[in-house]
Design a protein around this ligand. Sequence first.
Ligand SMILES: Nc1nc2c(c(=O)[nH]1)N(C=O)[C@@H](CNc1ccc(C(=O)N[C@@H](CCC(=O)O)C(=O)O)cc1)CN2
Ligand SMILES: Nc1ncnc2c1ncn2[C@@H]1O[C@H](COP(=O)(O)OP(=O)(O)OP(=O)(O)O)[C@@H](O)[C@H]1O
Length: 206
Amino acid sequence: MDSLHSADHKRTLRRELRQRRQALTPREQREAAFRLCRQLKRLPEIRRARRISLYLPVKGEIDPTPLIPWLRQRGISVYLPVLRPFSANSLWFVAYHSGTPMIKNRFGIAEPDTRFAARRPNRLPAWALDTLVVPLVGFDAQANRMGMGGGFYDRSLAFMRRPGPKPTLLGVAHACQQVDALPVEPWDIPLSAVVSDRHIVRPGSV
Ligand SMILES: Nc1nc2c(c(=O)[nH]1)N(C=O)[C@@H](CNc1ccc(C(=O)N[C@@H](CCC(=O)O)C(=O)O)cc1)CN2
Ligand SMILES: Nc1ncnc2c1ncn2[C@@H]1O[C@H](COP(=O)(O)OP(=O)(O)OP(=O)(O)O)[C@@H](O)[C@H]1O
């Protein structure tokens, strides 16, 4: 498929998959969140981590936050993505605890406020995390991913191509967000796995 068609196809697919997850009822959402967290708690990539990034769900995204009390009990620190000021479409990962002041970013997503995030000790670059839980709009059986389309995670994870420490990347989504095949872009950073409310998909496992 040429790149124009691929861009068109991705836009259509992204819209369709976003509608699919927004159509889930509150009850289906709660059940999915519970099942997702049950799967995540089993994974060594979560159990062995000291620092994990999650996200606060919007618009039908599967909710990873029921995991937070369990992570805190185990002394695992939780970080959230924050839109990096003066740096187009990339992310900081900022400590999230009871004292973290929150604001809504330009997409209406709650995040630690800029002054808190600007203080060095409150944030980490992505490479210093052990595991990132990455929100997906779509995925396929090879664990290829599609996000919101801003390239935020891809840009923030570009260091994964270079030598050095590499965190584990776990994509999460509702099972209904799986499609047959997603176009793979040159800038896409591969995930270690995709975890849904129903299964776990690893690259090369089919
Ligand atoms: N919960 C959550 N937080 C996250 C992400 C995410 O996917 N989910 N991100 C992952 O990258 C980053 C934010 N990326 C985003 C990229 C595009 C849109 C977006 O298109 N939003 C609107 C339209 C634009 C607008 O309101 O100005 C929309 O929902 O239609 C939102 C967030 C960081 N935080
Ligand atoms: N490392 C990078 N450097 C520069 N531009 C990038 C990089 N990664 C992605 N992009 C750009 O970001 C845009 C969005 O990419 P894509 O459609 O793959 O987003 P996505 O993976 O769905 O979003 P996200 O990463 O936020 O979940 C593309 O136009 C792409 O050119």
